[in-house]
Ligand binder design. Structure first.
Ligand SMILES: Cc1cc2nc3c(=O)[nH]c(=O)nc-3n(C[C@H](O)[C@H](O)[C@H](O)COP(=O)(O)OP(=O)(O)OC[C@H]3O[C@@H](n4cnc5c(N)ncnc54)[C@H](O)[C@@H]3O)c2cc1C
Length: 282
């Protein structure tokens, strides 16, 4: 049983601007002098989207993309930030964490590891920070409970699979025998089951057995979100009122996003309240 203490965040993709198309648009609208000073596609796209609203390409205010997006945040014109999109794979998090994360619906897409399809007999567990810090007796109680739950899960899978197979086999015998058909031995019948049927049986069994697994069970979730939605998640979950695991994630995400998109996320700082910004919920 592996114990995980920290989430991993993988930023899997970056947007790409088609500069030929952008130039074509600028030329067609006699504003070909406009140019950008950032190489971050999401930042360029958010600015272009914002400038389209007022067709303000001809005489941009000084300060470039950074000043432009700062102004957008200041005035709360957050919808233009929806054009910057991030594909993020998160691993090493608990199912409590994802239960909280998926409450964020607007501007976010999710794909999470299925406990119905995936065998959890070797799953890892995410230790809550306070238990990790205390170690000693608290850690012992926690890790014993996770271990016992995993053992129960494995036993349940075995017992349930056996009884489901027996039930299906009896149905097969009951249908075929009265018709005078040749009835296969149980072993031969199991071997003859289609891959789809085997998957269906395992899925039914794992669906029931997972009910004994703790919310500390490690999971993986693929998140696609726009910058506006991510800002809201960061502000809600990076706050000191938020639960620790998701708060640590939000902090880690801020550090990453400040690096890859400084003009969209550079206003975030770490303060007494957690992650802070002068521009909340743009
Ligand atoms: C510290 C903390 C404690 C919490 N405790 C609890 C709890 O005890 N119980 C509980 O159930 N939840 C709890 N939550 C979850 C919380 O209530 C929200 O569900 C979660 O934070 C998602 O945020 P959101 O509603 O802003 O949704 P998001 O999907 O992130 O939406 C972003 C914004 O879009 C707008 N929006 C989205 N959907 C709609 C809609 N359908 N209609 C109108 N506007 C919409 C809203 O302005 C919303 O703020 C907690 C959250 C935090 C941060």
């Amino acid at each position: 049983m592996k114990i995980i203490t920290e989430p991993s965040i993988y930023l899997l993709a970056k947007q790409e601007v088609d500069f030929n198309q952008l130039q074509q648009f600028l030329d067609d609208h006699e504003v070909s002098t406009w140019e950008t000073d950032t190489s971050v596609a999401g930042e360029i796209l958010a600015e272009v989207a914002g400038r389209v609203c007022y067709m303000s390409f001809a005489k941009p205010r000084p300060g470039g993309n950074e000043a432009y997006l700062e102004h957008i945040k200041q005035v709360g014109h957050g919808s233009v930030l929806e054009h910057a999109v991030y594909n993020i794979l998160i691993t090493g998090v608990s199912r409590s964490f994802t239960h909280e994360l998926v409450r964020h619906r607007a501007g976010v897409g999710y794909s999470q590891l299925s406990q119905r399809y995936v065998d959890e007999s070797t799953a890892d567990f995410v230790v809550p920070a306070i238990i990790q810090r205390l170690q000693g007796r608290a850690f012992e109680i926690w890790s014993n409970a996770c271990g016992a739950a995993q053992t129960a899960y494995c036993e349940l899978v075995e017992v349930l699979l056996e009884s489901e197979i027996e039930l299906e086999y009896q149905q097969y015998v009951g249908t075929n025998m009265p018709l005078g058909m040749d009835v296969q031995s149980k072993d031969a019948w199991i071997k003859s089951l289609s891959p789809e049927k085997k998957t269906e049986l395992r899925k039914a069994v794992r669906s029931a057995a997972r009910s004994v697994l703790p919310t500390a069970t490690e999971t993986k979730i693929f998140v696609t979100a726009n910058a506006r939605a991510l800002r809201h998640i960061i502000e809600m979950r990076g706050n000191k009122a938020a639960e620790l695991e998701i708060r640590r994630f939000a902090e880690k995400l801020v550090v990453l996003l400040k690096q890859v998109s400084p003009n969209l996320f550079g206003d975030y700082t770490f303060g007494e309240q957690g992650v802070e910004t002068p521009y909340r919920k743009v």
